[in-house]
Design a protein around this ligand. Structure first.
Ligand SMILES: [Zn+2]
Length: 135
């Protein structure tokens, strides 16, 4: 998978049976890489992130959501065109509720569209200012 071909980050939950994720957010908020970003995961042109848990039955914890947002910020800095999706939005696959009926996908999408961009711009501004202080 070439760097320029990554278009989506797709969110899954631990109960997903599709397999092959690039990152997994643990119950304690840890983030583990399971595939290299250049490898194909469950879906083409996308980076798959599984959040541990069954979110048809429960909601993710605050530490998990925080860790997920940190990862999404890092990915957005590396892939500026990146868009956010839920596994269940992928057309043509086996019907699924993934990442779960109770996963706060709508709130995450709103955060991704607005707050994430502000946080990204703040990071870029800090990096820019850090470069200039060295001159
Ligand atoms: Zn899934």
């Amino acid at each position: 998978m070439r760097r320029g071909s990554v278009r989506f980050v797709l969110i899954h939950h631990g109960a997903c049976r599709g397999g092959a994720f690039h990152y997994r957010i643990g119950g304690d908020g840890s983030c583990t890489a399971e595939l290299h970003e250049t490898e194909r995961g469950q879906h083409p042109r996308s980076i798959g992130v599984a959040v541990e848990g069954d979110f048809d039955a429960a909601v993710p914890s605050a530490v998990q959501v925080h860790a997920l947002k940190q990862l999404l910020l890092e990915l957005k800095l590396r892939y500026p065109e990146l868009e956010l999706g839920a596994h269940r939005q992928v057309r043509g696959g086996v019907p699924t509720t993934c990442p779960g009926r109770r996963f706060p996908m709508r709130a995450l999408r709103e955060w991704f569209r607005e707050d994430l961009l502000r946080e990204r711009d703040a990071v870029l501004r800090r990096q820019f200012e850090a470069q200039y202080s060295k001159i």
